[in-house]
Ligand binder design. Sequence first.
Ligand code: GAR
Length: 215
Amino acid sequence: MLNLGVLASGRGSNFQSIINEIEAGKLNASIKLLIVDNPHAYAIERAKKHSIEYLYINPKEFSSKNDFFRKITDELKARNVELVILAGFMRIVRKPLIDAFPNRIMNIHPALLPSFPGLHGQKQASDYGVRISGCTVHFVDEGMDTGPVIIQAAVPVSPDDTEETLSARILKLEHKIFPEAIRLYADGRLSVEGRVVKIKGCELKDEYIVNPPLR
Ligand code: GAR
């Protein structure tokens, strides 16, 4: 069984999707700890409800960002965490955590990277006027949303979309691909070559999305 540590800053719906897959017996993993950097994160309520240990770590109590991430690393290591999940964690991860978990930190981002990294990926996509956007699960390196891509999923974007409507469409897919990426890892099917993630036994379907549809 794979030991997970989850980092979150807010609502925690991605955290919930992972809890649900585990409780349904579809993901052979155990969440050892939730760490939040925000004492009001709704993710805390979800942890309480599912009897998952949680910790609020206040970044302001540390004299440097590296010290803050050293503390996070120590707490994760103390619980034998093997894979770290960033589920709406709104900070750039620093070296102490990355060095302790090389290619063992996964993030979900609400856009098709490398397009629209950083904050408000959905708003960036709708403001830009792209026809297709989506979400990406990737391993975390020292850049902002730059690490090796594991899974991407695409949705059509309407010129009438707002940040809210597009976010809702993308979020449904986030809740599918994040647990799936963790499952691939848990099953030992992922390997990283350079910046390319290889997936054992994965057959590509030769399909496409066109938006607006062809007539
Ligand atoms: C999700 O849409 C996630 O992709 C995004 O924050 C939201 C968190 O929702 N993450 C980022 O933008 C990271 N750059 P959640 O708390 O309900 O999982």
